[in-house]
Design a protein around this ligand. Structure first.
Ligand code: NAG
Length: 331
């Protein structure tokens, strides 16, 4: 009885503190500047064992353990062989990788030289007696839904879905993978996005879509984008076979929002928010569609369209963020 009262009081205090901090714009800016300064300090001090390609902290579990199946890399690419080579060369050095599936939607089949190069990379990196499997998933039509086609005979349960123009250090990938193993029904990713009710419309059923700055400002998110996320392979078959076909048709026609559709699907199936994992992002390509003007409006349209399809808003927002405790100084 006493402890619960005490807890409640502490909780109240914390909430007051949180509200004070969030309520003041100045406070936010000061905190923001402080964080940036800290990041600079950290960047210069990060010991090499936390750097990419060198992290070998992932310890294989005991032999015979069935849970140790690793993850499948599901990489979406479009006419950028150089980026594809760079990405795959990198990810083959990550310890948990089990197989690579390249979603290929170009009219021409992958060239012999590309296939040869990738096979050589895989063979040279196959350490610990682990042979990584490489497959091209060749598609006749060019649709954004191709990236979520069901993969037959997938050994791993976990899919790491990634675009060809961003690279995460193996340490970040392993952190996300371990978070996913704690919550295998959740979408676990590095790029958070948010939705909220559009008050200006005076209609409670109108929503807005918000990017990185909205997430930063509100300290909340309700989606993680599939350009860098772990999810269970069962969602691939749900996306292709169970999700209303009108949603797939919409994403094909508008060439956008397959990632929002996946977020809706997982949220509707779980009734829970996704999990945002802190990770270092290295962009290796030129800017994508998110820098084209009108992008946010299109995404907002997608959100409202999908809400209409579902008959309700399935997305759940949260403020939880998973970090590597070795990289935090204050507890
Ligand atoms: C949402 O989830 C419910 C309950 O699991 C399910 O019956 C329904 O078909 C799902 N809706 C869509 C559009 O997938």
């Amino acid at each position: 009885m006493r402890t619960s009262m005490l807890n409640r009081r502490t909780e109240q205090r914390f909430r007051q503190l949180a509200i004070t901090a969030v309520g003041s714009i100045k406070m936010r800016l000061i905190l923001g500047c402080f964080t940036v300064a800290m990041l600079f300090v950290l960047a210069n001090r990060t010991p090499s064992y936390l750097g990419w390609d060198t992290d070998r902290s992932f310890a294989p579990e005991s032999p015979g353990s069935t849970s140790r199946k690793g993850y499948a890399l599901l990489i979406n690419t479009w006419k950028r062989n150089d980026l594809l080579k760079q990405s795959i060369s990198h990810y083959t050095s990550c310890p948990g990788l089990d197989s690579i599936h390249i979603v290929w939607s170009e009219p021409d089949a992958p060239s012999d030289s590309l296939v040869k190069f990738l096979n050589l990379v895989i063979q040279s990196k196959a350490n610990n007696g682990r042979q990584i499997e490489l497959k091209f998933d060749i598609n006749k039509e060019d649709s954004l839904n191709n990236r979520f086609k069901e993969i037959k005979d997938l050994k791993a349960d976990a899919v790491f879905s990634i675009d060809d123009d961003i690279i995460f250090p193996c340490s970040s990938v392993e952190l996300a993978y371990s978070v996913w193993r704690s919550a295998p029904d959740a979408m676990v990713g590095f790029v958070p996005r948010i939705h909220w009710i559009d008050q200006s419309k005076g209609n409670v059923n109108q929503y807005m879509y918000g990017g990185w700055w909205s997430v930063w400002w509100m300290g909340r998110y309700s989606m993680v984008l599939s350009k860098a996320a772990f999810f269970h392979k069962k969602y691939l078959s749900l996306y292709t076979n169970e999700m209303p076909s009108s949603i797939r048709e919409y994403t094909t026609k508008n060439r956008n929002c397959e990632d929002i559709a996946m977020s809706f699907l997982v949220a509707n199936a779980t009734g829970a928010p996704p999990i945002w994992v802190k990770g270092k992002i290295y962009e290796i390509g030129s800017t994508g569609i998110s820098s084209i003007s009108g992008h946010t409006e299109k995404r907002t349209q997608c959100v409202n369209r999908f809400v209409a399809e579902y008959g309700h808003m399935p997305l759940v927002s949260t403020s939880v963020k998973a970090v590597d405790s070795r990289e935090t100084w204050f507890w």
